[in-house]
Design a protein around this ligand. Structure first.
Ligand code: ADP
Ligand code: MG
Length: 328
């Protein structure tokens, strides 16, 4: 490309919401043959909403949701915000949190106080006699009880050795149905026992399917990466037309997947919005950050898509092609 066509391409990009960090970014975009897309916040809007709850025997939906929301109260994960907002929308009072740890890419682990004055109600386990002798419940001078509340992916509960009920359990069957609808399922365990599942739904952006079709028209393969489980990932992939879906991806593995595609000889673009996308954005031949995403993602990328609309990723590639062919 001539300096003039680079200037023109960069200017056109700026007017259509595509900010190239360098002339090199503009020149490279037309070489891309694989685009890796993060799911949450990239293909989807990234503002998930709580839609459903299903409880294990002995729990009410309100108790389950109040405990989960308390545990999530200090997490910045979009799923956490959805759960907290969902609980507040139902007017639930959230029991106080005594300690909290965030398990990146997995969920949260919190110690929640169950003082009857602060919770909506004492967790009325139908088997309360059994709950009282549960050694993992810490008794606190008789004034109140504390419970360990684990909230996150099914894989997290598996890792912690928490037994899930049999596959025909109504709560688990609900979870499976929600995942098939593309919803993210969030599992809850209290004091080491499965207590229920929440479903959180994140709408796909109206432009996503069209943009992915446009990539295919340009012979660019699309691959979706997500930390979500396989059922949810495949449902969302189907909805937007991405056949290649990698689920249960740990944040640190996103860059590894990009690198593997590069080793196969591909010129790889990555589109993402999150802090956990930053290493993959930097590793890719062309990192494209969603402009409404985190600063860390934007700083790691070669291109910023200002509106976050995936159609502007198509524009980014087309402007590059025009600049390289010196077509004004
Ligand atoms: P994604 O951006 O795809 O959500 P993450 O790496 O942030 O990926 O999380 C991976 C998975 O871990 C999520 O799909 C969810 O199941 C679980 N998870 C992570 N953080 C939380 C949280 N705060 N609450 C519940 N689940 C979580
Ligand atoms: Mg994301």
């Amino acid at each position: 490309a001539t300096p003039l066509s680079v200037t023109i391409g960069t200017g056109r990009g700026a007017r259509s919401g595509v900010l190239y960090r360098s002339a090199d970014a503009l020149q490279k975009a037309q070489k891309v043959d694989v685009i890796v897309l993060d799911k949450t916040g990239t293909i989807t809007v990234g503002k998930p909403q709580l839609t459903d709850t299903a409880t294990a025997i002995g729990w009410s939906r309100k108790e389950l949701l109040a405990l989960a929301a308390s545990a999530e109260g200090d997490s910045e994960h979009p799923l956490a915000l959805a759960i907290v907002d969902g609980a507040k929308a139902q007017g639930l009072r959230l029991p106080p949190v005594l300690s909290f740890s965030s398990l990146t890419g997995a969920g949260v682990d919190a110690l929640v106080s169950l003082q009857s004055s602060s919770a909506t109600s004492e967790p009325a386990k139908s088997r309360s006699a059994e709950a009282d002798v549960d050694k993992s419940s810490v008794h606190d001078g008789g004034e109140g009880r504390q419970s360990g509340v684990l909230v996150g992916s099914k894989a997290l509960l598996d890792e912690r050795g928490i037994d899930l009920p049999a596959g025909d359990d109504p709560a688990l069957m609900s979870a499976q149905r929600w995942a098939a609808q593309g919803k993210t399922t969030v599992y809850v365990a209290v004091d080491g026992r499965f207590a229920g599942v929440l479903a959180v739904s994140d709408k796909v952006k109206p432009s996503s399917a069209k943009a992915i079709q446009a990539f295919k028209d340009r012979r660019i393969a699309a691959v979706m990466l997500t930390g979500d489980g396989a059922g949810t990932a495949q449902a969302v992939g189907r909805e937007v037309g991405v056949e290649r879906v990698v689920s249960q991806v740990r944040p640190e593995d996103k860059a590894t997947i990009v690198k593997a595609l590069q080793r196969q000889g591909h010129t790889v673009a990555m589109i993402g919005d999150g802090i956990n996308d930053a290493p993959a954005l930097a590793q890719a031949d062309l990192g494209m950050a969603i402009g409404t995403g985190t600063d860390v993602a934007i700083e790691s990328a070669d291109i910023t898509l200002v509106s976050g609309d995936l159609q502007s990723a198509v524009t980014a590639i087309d402007l590059s092609g025009a600049a390289m062919r010196d077509i004004h």
